[in-house]
Design a protein around this ligand. Structure first.
Ligand code: C2E
Ligand code: MG
Ligand code: MG
Length: 728
């Protein structure tokens, strides 16, 4: 019926009141209408479907918009938020309604607000800026945000809009900050830093590198570190180094490199590999420090340990090394060699009348003449005082050594020019042969020494070959040894005390006990000399405990007289240090005398402590536990490695006189003293300088922060009563 009504309506529409239609016609129309209707229904369906799809898509879009990891919002021309996504509301910790309708700038710290306004007035299509946003909440935090504005020019009335995409770059910002701090650290460290790519090309060096090597980043960038090579190492050295890096990822050691100036220098370098994600080497980082000073110190120590400072000749130590070497070689090859012992005649007169510096002058000249008359392969050494020793290697017959002896006497015959005047000086030479006169170093030396005395007996200025019948020197030595035994028994040894001063306050801070032996016939015997005999004979152990007991008693006696000397230190000889019952005996003496252990110090030399390292550590720990202060005496001359020293439980380091005596004039020694003080500080040790003789030395040491000093300038070693007068 609906259909009929439609038909009537359409008739009305066409202005026909009546329609004369045949049945055929009507059927056709009805059919057409049906088709039409079906089409319409189909269109309706499509529309519905499209609507559903549209709704779903809008839904999806808005979910996407809201849940996007990036925060979005739309702003009007004045920067007021028109809409925003959920991400933004979460980022700023504000509900959407607290954002929409308000200026976005409200979420910025006041000083950043003008920047946003600036961006909004920009004519460009997109502007970008990192700003600090404040996240709202209990504890406000600043977010570093990258704000990207896109201008949306709306065709309608609404004017221009901004579409803003906001991302939180705080973590990146933090990372950048961190990188900045780290690179500042690399830039400012005192250690040189060099970074190469895996192919060896330098890509970075820091300013310490530039300062140390003299090469700028520009000069080395893209080059291989081999431009620094000094030529001092073999190619095997570098091969082994790179093998270690490949195997373990890192390597450290000493390398000599060349500065831009051409000068070569030692450095302590550690090289490590930086791997990429696939564990393949991507970079190599080298960190190094210039150890020129330490190297110089090592050389200087070596020189001090093995060479005589006055003449530059090898000293007794080095000579003994060479002699033992010669004995081993000669034994192996069935060869002979000769030893010549030279002693200047009446040298003491020159020293006493013209002074020590002229005496030294003469020694230098003598050593020059001796050296000039020998072959390169021979060794000349100064054994101390005016005694020289010559090792003639590969002498095939006894007559060779006599020819040399005659030549030496001849070169001495020319007068010596001293202080503008000419002096004649002669020498007496004793000769012994290996293996005829002995097969150990001790025997050959002793026999050359005896032969030299024989030469003196024969009227000086001559030489003498050792003959077994004559052993006078040994008798002298024996005499002294007997006298010393006697002296120990009779307690005719004495202790003198040398005060130490605290350099900062100028107050006396302690005393060192030093042995004196006034021989009834020979007078005062040099301490070093009789200590040597005491060491050789083992008498030193008894003497050592006598010294210890006497020093403790003295300390308490001063105390009774109202004087507090601070700490009294005694020297422990290597021999005594190695006694297995040292700790018990020390404890007994402390108990017996009532000495407070914290007022007692023991001085041990490096050479006593180093060879038997484990034992030394144990003994020193035990001493320290008793409360006794541990001093390392004559530091520097023992030639021990600084790193070893770190493992010894010690309290005080005494810088040897050899280093102090040439400060502040000698640059090398100044550097060494500074280095020792710096090292001692890092190890928390107290530093005492020995042998201060001049006001300049004192001022220098005080300025360098040395804690205490001892030396003739402050006071010589003096008798106990004198200490009482001086310190009170
Ligand atoms: P040391 O322990 O290094 O003692 C310092 C030495 O340097 C002392 O020599 C002292 O008189 C001297 N001296 C101090 N200030 C100066 C100065 O300004 N200039 C110069 N040129 N010398 C100065 P001394 O008394 O002849 O003793 C020499 C060494 O003998 C001592 O060196 C120590 O190793 C050893 N010694 C001394 N007394 C004893 C002791 O009781 N027992 C042991 N085992 N050794 C001792
Ligand atoms: Mg000492
Ligand atoms: Mg000393």
């Amino acid at each position: 019926m609906n259909h009929m009504r439609n038909l009537a309506e359409s008739r009305a529409e066409y202005g026909e009141d009546t329609l004369d239609l045949g049945p055929e016609e009507v059927r056709r129309l009805v059919h057409e209408l049906r088709v039409h209707q079906i089409e319409l229904e189909m269109q309706n369906d499509e529309l519905r479907e499209t609507q559903v799809t549209l709704a779903a898509s809008r839904d999806r879009y808005s979910r996407l918009y809201d849940a996007s990891p990036v925060s979005y919002c739309t702003l009007d021309a004045r920067g007021v938020v028109i809409e925003c996504n959920l991400t933004l509301s979460q980022l700023l910790n504000r509900e959407r309604r607290q954002l929409i309708g308000y200026p976005l700038a409200r979420n910025l710290p006041p000083e950043d607000q003008p920047i946003l306004l600036d961006m909004l007035s920009n004519r460009a299509l997109t502007v970008e800026q990192t700003l600090r946003f404040r996240s709202h909440g209990e504890e406000q935090k600043n977010l570093n945000i990258l704000l990207k504005l896109h201008r949306l020019d709306k065709p309608d009335d609404m004017g221009s809009h901004w579409f803003a995409a906001i991302s939180d770059v705080s973590s990146m910002h933090r990372l950048t900050e961190e990188l900045r701090v780290k690179s500042a650290a690399i830039e400012n460290t005192l250690e040189g830093v060099l970074i190469t790519k895996a192919n060896g090309q330098i890509c970075f060096v820091n300013s310490a590198f530039e300062k140390t090597t003299g090469f700028t980043l520009k000069q080395v960038q893209g080059k291989n570190p081999s431009i620094l090579q000094s030529g001092k190492h073999t190619s095997t050295f570098y091969q082994e180094m790179w093998q270690a890096i490949a195997r373990e990822g890192h390597w450290r050691g000493e390398v000599w490199n060349r500065r831009a100036s051409g000068e070569i220098f030692p450095e302590w370098i550690s090289i490590s590999t930086v791997f990429d994600d696939e564990r393949k080497p991507a970079y190599y980082v080298g960190v190094f420090s210039d150890i020129t000073i330490e190297e110089r110190m090592r050389e200087r120590l070596h020189k001090l340990a093995y060479y005589d400072a006055t003449t530059d000749l090898p000293n007794r130590h080095l000579f003994m090394d060479r002699l033992n070497q010669a004995i081993a070689d000669s034994r192996r090859n069935n060869r002979q060699f000769a030893l010549l012992f030279i002693d200047l005649d009446r040298f003491k007169n020159i020293n006493d009348t013209l002074g020590h510096s002229t005496g030294d002058h003469l020694l230098v000249e003598v050593s020059r003449r001796i050296t000039a008359s020998l072959r390169e392969v021979d060794t000349v050494a100064r054994m101390g005082g005016d005694e020289f020793m010559i090792l003639l290697s590969n002498t095939d017959a006894e007559k060779d050594s006599q020819i040399v002896a005659r030549k030496l006497l001849a070169t001495m015959a020319d007068p010596f020019d001293l202080d503008g005047r000419q002096y004649h000086i002669s020498a007496s030479i004793g000769i012994s042969h290996f293996p005829a006169d002995g097969t150990t170093a001790e025997d050959i030396i002793r026999h050359a020494d005896i032969a030299m005395y024989q030469a003196k007996e024969h009227g000086r200025n001559t030489y003498h070959c050792y003959t077994q019948s004559f052993d006078e020197k040994q008798v002298v030595h024996l005499d002294l040894e007997n006298d010393l035994r006697h002296a120990v028994r009779l307690e005719s040894l004495e202790l003198y005390y040398q005060p130490q001063q605290d350099l900062a306050s100028g107050n006396w801070s302690g005393v060192e006990a030093l042995l004196r032996w006034n021989h009834p016939e020979r007078g005062l015997i040099p301490t070093i000399d009789f200590i040597r005999i005491a060491e050789e004979t083992g008498l030193i152990v008894e003497i050592g405990y006598w010294v210890l007991r006497r020093a403790c008693q003295q300390f308490l006696s001063w105390r009774r007289s109202g004087l507090d000397v601070g700490c009294v230190s005694v020297n422990l000889s290597p021999h005594q240090f190695l006694q297995s019952n040292l700790i018990e005996r020390m404890r007994d003496i402390l108990g017996e005398t009532g000495m407070p252990p914290d007022c007692l110090g023991v001085e041990v030399t490096e050479s006593a402590a180093m060879p038997n390292f484990q034992y030394s550590v144990r003994t020193l720990v035990a001493l320290r536990e008793m409360g006794v202060t541990i001093y390392i005496d004559d530091f520097g001359t023992g030639f021990s490695s600084l790193s070893h020293l770190r493992h010894l439980p010690i309290d005080v380091l005494k810088i040897d006189r050899a280093f102090v005596s040439e400060t502040p004039g000698n640059g090398d020694d100044v550097a060494i003293v500074r280095a020792i003080i710096a090292m001692a500080r890092t190890m928390n040790l107290r530093i005492v300088a020995e042998g201060i003789e001049t006001a300049e030395q004192l001022a220098f040491l005080r300025q360098e922060g040395c804690h205490a000093g001892q030396g003739y300038l402050l006071s010589r070693p003096i008798a106990p009563e004198a200490i009482l007068r001086l310190m009170r």
